[in-house]
Design a protein around this ligand. Structure first.
Ligand code: HEC
Ligand code: HEC
Ligand code: HEC
Ligand code: HEC
Length: 120
């Protein structure tokens, strides 16, 4: 019995670690708001980014004086919709602006379509 248990536990442990790992590090950005995607889904490494930058750099939310008070925990599509609304750009534009402008400014990170929308 012992070797079998050992294998089962080992397999289980590896499986769990991989799940936890992938959840912590990378997840696909796949907003239903955008309907059926034309491009391959973008894998986003949240851990890598959130260790480098302030949360409110990406998770913004503005008071009436336009101070950024943050919106941590709220998905982008709670404010940015498929179509732009007055004063708020569309969800697709919001992602492209936020992600690409920083990569360009820092001269690090992907700026080409196929580097983010990676086809498998
Ligand atoms: C820095 C990464 C990045 C780059 C570079 C980038 N995109 Fe995107 N794109 C995204 C993200 C993130 C989304 C939002 C996906 C989601 O949340 O569902 C998106 C959404 C889209 C969408 C709407 C969803 C879909 O698949 O139909 C299209 C179309 C698109 N991008 C096309 C392009 C094209 C064309 C280029 C090159 C000119 C490009 N993207 C470059 C990250 C990127
Ligand atoms: C470089 C941009 C960026 C930074 C910096 C960042 N996040 Fe995020 N975060 C995102 C994006 C993009 C999503 C996906 C949002 C969506 O689904 O609409 C996200 C999702 C989340 C979620 C949703 C739960 C999940 O994991 O699916 C939480 C909670 C979160 N971030 C917390 C934080 C905290 C706390 C920090 C600072 C320590 C932080 N974020 C820094 C971009 C960022
Ligand atoms: C609580 C609502 C809210 C959430 C959540 C939100 N935004 Fe915004 N966003 C706004 C508003 C409002 C503006 C317009 C601000 C202005 O120009 O006065 C804006 C502007 C922007 C802009 C253009 C201005 C700039 O900062 O360059 C980008 C890009 C953007 N959002 C990306 C995102 C992304 C990506 C996410 C998810 C990580 C996100 N937003 C989450 C409300 C929100
Ligand atoms: C505030 C700046 C900033 C923002 C905003 C930002 N990035 Fe990045 N990103 C970076 C930097 C810096 C690197 C390079 C990290 C390294 O090489 O150590 C990077 C690397 C990457 C990489 C390559 C590494 C990997 O994860 O495989 C991808 C893909 C990426 N970013 C996607 C995105 C997407 C998608 C968004 C928008 C949701 C985004 N980034 C928003 C700064 C940013």
């Amino acid at each position: 019995m012992r070797p079998l248990w050992f294998i089962l536990i080992a397999v289980f442990a590896v499986f769990c670690c991989q799940l936890a790992h992938s959840q912590d590090d990378k997840f696909p950005l796949n907003h239903k708001e955008l309907g059926k995607h034309q491009r391959a889904l973008v894998m986003f490494n949240h851990k890598l980014h959130s260790e480098k930058f302030d949360c409110t750099r990406c998770h913004h939310g503005f008071d009436k004086f336009k101070n950024n008070k943050g919106s941590e925990g709220q998905p982008c599509d709670s404010c940015h919709k498929a179509q732009a609304t007055p004063g708020v750009m569309s969800l697709k534009d919001a992602f492209h602006h936020e992600c690409i402008s920083c990569h360009k400014a820092m001269n690090k990170g992907p700026v080409m379509c196929g580097q983010c929308h990676v086809r498998k």
